[in-house]
Design a protein around this ligand. Structure first.
Ligand code: ADP
Length: 476
């Protein structure tokens, strides 16, 4: 099959979170299964053109203000042909969606509408070598692709699959910006593009795509229930082909304690001695006493409301202070995001001898935390799939998480600790249970950790599900 992926993130080229990992992993696994996979993403400023090969001719991208010249740059990554849309005025700046994680560029609708048009122009160019069977588009930044196809009445045979990685971000913009899409008001209403007096890209994508998937079976159920659907339940339940939940896998080469180059000592399920060395190294790196009797809690996260930062760090009511003062733990946090939360973590770290915060984004440190921590804390309010809990389990680090979305599908009581409700009290209780088990029932704790390490979170099963869907849509 001939698959073209349209995405705003793709690891390692451009990553703000799990989207990048998931899209790269799906694409690579489809390529490994023998399909021709090409991925289109913007050439952000941080992607070095020097490493890429430009197409000799520019790519004319038609738009509401006339046709603009972009250029395609190419490379190959693990069997996937990468196509970068280069257009300086919109993408030649630092950041994917904004210059900071909690900030957005004011012209994001214009940027990603341009990107969707450029992607379709690229597909036209690629079609000279055979029309794609599937356009696989991801989240709101690529959601205009099926909408534009519908709006233009384009006679494409390609079927469009939209995968929702996070319905909490829908690409909603003031109605006054509709012009940037090049779709007029009347058609915009019919295509689901205008809703409640706002332009909503994800909603329109759901209306116009041939198939819609999300990244775990439990989250698919949640998106069909009003309270947990971010307003999408009606448009999702109206679809003839029902929303399908396909659990993300993880890249088991990149995240492999037996071969991880970032960690102090490699280990695997049979010989876990390296894990103790990783813990010691992590404790030393953060200036914490390297006492094996004290469990290390790790956290690697975007510091946004979704991840439970309110109940955890909310000044005056969050449970972080109590966890550190009442429980015999050490806690290492790596994250960036909301400024208040970054400040609060820094303030707590000044007052608490057993809490360390590293504000920023650091891939290698994320690996060292996954390997060196005993417990991984992930108190998400919602989590479409979540990757960190799976990385943790693969590294023998026992997750603490609520029963939501992909966390419900992966963190079970026989390999993790469940947070009943994401409140300061419940988070504290779950951490206390984990700490008690670690100290008083080490065999039980070791068994939880071992079962996590044995679980199969690889992409093979999910890739087979995507493949079956693509075949069904392409009429094969
Ligand atoms: P989300 O995509 O909602 O942020 P996921 O758990 O699906 O959550 O994926 C998060 C991904 O981003 C993981 O690969 C995680 O390791 C990574 N990540 C998040 N914050 C940081 C950070 N500050 N430093 C390094 N990696 C991070």
């Amino acid at each position: 099959m001939n698959v073209v992926v349209v995405t705003s993130e793709y690891a390692p080229y451009a990553k703000s979170g799990g989207l990048a990992d998931a899209v790269a992993a799906i694409s690579r696994s489809m390529a490994r299964r023998g399909h021709r996979v090409r991925a289109i993403l913007p050439r952000y400023y941080s992607i070095d053109r020097g490493q890429l090969t430009p197409d000799p001719v520019p790519l004319p991208v038609p738009g509401p203000g006339g046709t603009e010249p972009a250029r395609i740059y190419r490379s190959v990554d693990s069997g996937v042909e990468m196509l970068f849309v280069d257009f300086e005025p919109l993408f030649g700046r630092d950041g994917i969606y904004g210059s900071r994680p909690d900030d957005a560029f004011a012209d994001n609708l214009a940027r990603f509408a341009f990107f969707a048009r450029a992607a379709l122009a690229t597909v036209d160019r690629l079609s000279a070598q055979g029309e794609p069977d599937i356009l696989h588009v991801h989240d709101w930044p690529a959601a205009l692709v099926p909408v534009l196809l519908r709006a233009n009445g384009a006679a494409r045979t390609a079927r469009v699959v939209l995968t929702i990685h996070n319905a909490g971000y829908q690409g909603a913009f003031p109605i006054g910006e509709l012009g940037a899409t090049g779709i007029d008001g009347k058609r915009a209403g019919r295509l689901g593009l205008v809703y409640n007096d706002t332009v909503n890209l994800l909603r329109a994508g759901v209306t116009c795509a041939d198939a819609v998937t999300t990244v775990s079976p439990t989250h698919a159920e949640e998106l069909l229930r009003e309270e947990t659907s971010f307003g999408l339940h009606s448009v999702l339940s109206e679809r003839t082909r029902p929303l399908q939940g396909i659990l993300n896998g993880i890249d088991t080469t990149e995240w492999d304690p037996a071969g991880d180059p970032y960690i102090a000592m490699n280990f695997d399920a049979r010989d876990r001695s390296g894990k103790a060395a990783c813990k010691r190294a992590l404790q030393r790196e953060f200036g914490l006493p390297d006492d094996p009797a004290v469990p290390v809690i790790g956290q690697v996260t975007r510091l946004v409301e979704q991840k439970g930062i309110g109940p955890l760090f909310g000044p005056g009511y969050g449970s972080a202070f109590r966890i550190c003062s009442d429980l015999p733990v050490q806690w290492i946090i790596l994250g960036s995001g909301a400024a208040w939360c970054e400040d609060e973590i820094a303030a707590l770290a000044r007052r608490l001898a057993n809490l360390r915060g590293r504000i920023g984004y650091d891939e290698a440190l994320a690996h060292r935390i996954e390997a060196g921590a005993d417990i991984f804390l992930m108190p998400s309010l919602y989590e479409p799939c979540g990757l960190n809990q799976m990385y943790s389990m693969r590294y023998g680090t026992v997750p603490i998480a609520p029963r939501t979305g992909g966390l419900a599908d992966t963190v079970r009581e026989d390999r993790g600790f469940i947070i009943d409700r994401v409140t300061p009290e419940s988070i504290f209780d779950a951490v206390a249970r984990a700490t008690r088990t670690y100290r008083n029932a080490p065999e039980l704790f070791a068994a939880l950790s071992a079962r996590g390490m044995e679980a199969d979170f690889s992409w093979d099963r999910s890739a087979a599900d995507y493949e079956a869907l693509f075949h069904a849509l392409a009429g094969r």
